[in-house]
Ligand binder design. Structure first.
Ligand code: G6P
Length: 612
């Protein structure tokens, strides 16, 4: 979702902003803009489309001076269509104050009406523009940008990651956060601000994470932080541990393909130092202090959105079957508005790749306010969710740039398997029984590598079905969420209508869609419900559907029933989803490439959804 980058220091600012914006492209956006502060003026350029369109425009006009203070923004439209005028930055009436903003100002209409009555002229349809005018209004009497921004924000309801420049105070920028992530970067005689570390990591690793309600005045030599109600805050400087190569494409044509291929390593990283194979046990430092809460819990509730929600569904199968803990899974957006009955005997796990998803964060707060123990299963270190939970586990997949989540999903599944095993052991699972499972888990990364050795049949499938209008994905048990995830991947990046269903549920509706043109992907490993899925395959065959089976290497029966078979190694049933999803990720990828779709930046989607 929207990107922010800002700079103050001795270097030429524009190239730093453009490079930063390019690194934020993966978040998803539809227009881009920059503001430079130079010679007592603020120059703004903005453009619908890609950062490359903005750059082309800047080259054409060829009139921008060197500047030592500036900010850039990529916008993902919420209020007002994506066009040049609605793109950020937005300025006040005199063009002296400029703002860029991620998030939504909920009471913008009331403020806009009031400011219009006081003579302010608005140019865009955005909620953001009111911030420039509101600060302008306050600045008339309070000639101090830091103070004026804090006063303005007291009137605002909603979410923001915000950066403000004033031509009258050219030695600083102001940054503020409420709900939308913002970090400061500190270099030698230069400072940065960004919506995420990817934009500034080429320049500095020393960062400060702003919390909700905090406003920072940032100069080239340091920063001061206060709450919007003027309380001074001492902020810790932290060090970013990942490096640039981890967020670059590393030889692959798309981030998504790079990330798919990283999975043997990322799954291993999720287990590193945690899985005690020969002891048949698991150690998770982030959960040790809540051990009793976990063991005494009345039930677990797993909450997430999108792919993270699918991981939660697999977690439910694992936790109930292996650890015998009653578990529910909820969409974050539904949980928060349905007055859930929560007690302090509930343990709530929030699953999120980004750690910033607005609905998941709101669900966390709701559950916490009602007394539950809230724990995170998150990828991005230092993001909002882990900072507000009482404990949790990082999945350690490294930066995920491709909008369609892949490696984060398998790392989430691996982490859920670890949590399940840890609880099962605490609740009395025998060591001998557990060792069988820890060994299986330990072997998963090697088995993922095996899948990559023969991707040609998947590529061939993509060529064969590239013009299909619909796809059905079916699975049962822990592989039902895999079917959901396969369908989600395909529609996200190939724009083909795809549905995931529990295989047996198909006869209650989707069966009506089946004819000789309909590709139906069955996830059918040789597990305890294999025979049941085979019956469902027969139902599709009887109606001439085209059957694609994701099956185990040693399954020979399947050849006579499926039109196409993609092989995956066998593992313990509840860990199977970690392997079975990989061909589906590859299928979605190859389909998108065949159809000429923009794999890393699919239309309308955002990597990090920081609005409700
Ligand atoms: C967006 C992304 C999805 C992701 C979902 C939840 O919709 O495009 O890939 O699964 O948000 O994001 P989270 O960061 O909370 O896992």
């Amino acid at each position: 979702m929207c990107g922010i980058v800002g700079y103050i220091g001795p270097k030429d600012t524009l190239p730093i902003l453009i490079e930063g914006l390019k690194r934020l492209e993966y978040r998803g956006y539809d227009s881009a803009g920059i503001a430079l502060s130079s010679n007592g003026k603020i120059l703004v350029r903005k453009k619908a489309g890609k950062v490359a369109d903005l750059v082309a425009d800047l080259k054409e006009s060829n009139e921008l001076p060197q500047a030592h203070l500036g900010m850039g923004h990529t916008r993902w439209a919420t209020h007002g269509e994506p066009n040049d005028i609605n793109a950020h930055p937005h300025v006040d009436c005199k063009g002296e104050i400029a703002v860029i903003h991620n998030g939504i100002i909920e009471n913008y209409l009331a403020i806009k009406t009031r400011l219009k009555q006081r003579g302010h002229i608005f140019k865009s349809e955005t909620d953001t523009e009111i911030l420039a005018h509101l600060i302008e209004e306050i600045y008339k009497t309070k000639k101090d940008l830091f103070g004026a921004v804090r006063l303005a924000l007291r009137e605002v309801r909603g979410t923001y990651g915000l950066v403000v420049l004033s031509s009258r105070e050219p030695d600083k920028f102001i940054a503020a956060r409420m709900g939308s992530p913002l970090i400061l970067g500190l270099g030698e005689g230069e400072s940065f601000v960004a919506a995420d570390a990817a934009a500034i990591i080429a320049h500095t690793r020393q960062v400060v994470y702003l919390n909700d309600g905090e406003v920072a005045e940032v100069t080239a030599h340091g920063f001061e932080t206060k709450t919007i109600y003027d309380v001074s805050i001492d902020k810790a400087i932290e060090e970013i541990t990942f490096d640039l190569s981890q967020i670059e494409r590393g030889g692959y044509e798309h981030f998504m393909m790079k990330e798919i291929h990283e999975q043997p390593e990322t799954i291993r990283n999720a287990m590193r130092g945690r899985l005690l194979v020969e002891e048949g046990n698991v150690r998770l430092g982030g959960l040790e202090h809540v051990r009793d809460k976990l063991l005494d819990a009345r039930r677990f509730i797993i909450i997430g959105c999108g792919t993270s929600w699918h991981a939660g569904l697999v977690g439910e199968y694992m936790l109930e079957h292996i650890a015998k803990v009653p578990t529910e899974v909820e969409y974050a957006s539904e949980f928060r508005y349905r007055s859930p009955v929560i007690t302090n005997n509930d343990v709530v796990f929030l699953i999120s790749q980004s750690g910033e998803t607005a609905d998941t964060l709101a669900a966390l707060r709701e559950a916490k306010a009602k007394g539950a123990t809230v724990l995170g299963i998150v990828n991005v270190v230092g993001s909002s969710i882990p900072r507000e939970t009482q404990g949790g586990v990082y999945v350690h997949a490294g930066p995920e740039i491709g909008v369609a989540s892949t490696k984060a999903f398998t790392s989430q599944l691996t982490t859920l398997a670890l949590i399940t095993l840890m609880i099962a052991r605490e609740k009395g699972m025998k060591k001998e029984e557990a060792v069988v499972l820890t060994r299986e888990l330990d072997a998963i990364p090697g088995k993922v590598s095996q899948i990559f050795k023969n991707v040609e049949p998947i590529r061939a499938l993509a060529r064969e079905f590239r013009d299909s209008k619909n796809f059905l994905f079916l699975g049962r048990g822990a592989n039902f969420p895999v079917a959901l995830e396969g369908a989600l991947k395909l529609k996200e990046i190939s724009y083909i209508h795809a549905e995931g269903y529990p295989a047996a549920e198909m006869k209650h509706g989707p069966i009506a869609l089946i004819d000789e043109k309909m590709p139906v992907v069955f996830v059918v490993p040789k597990d305890s419900i294999y025979e049941k899925v085979i019956s469902n395959i027969q139902e599709v065959r009887a109606r001439k559907g085209r059957i694609i089976a994701i099956a185990n290497e040693d399954d020979h029966e399947i050849n006579s029933m499926a039109d196409y078979v993609i092989r995956v190694p066998r593992t313990y049933g509840f860990f199977g989803p970690i392997l079975n999803v990989i061909p589906l990720q590859l299928l979605a990828y190859y389909m998108a490439v065949e159809r000429g779709c923009n794999v890393d930046q699919p239309r309308n989607l955002a990597k990090s959804v920081t609005v409700e």
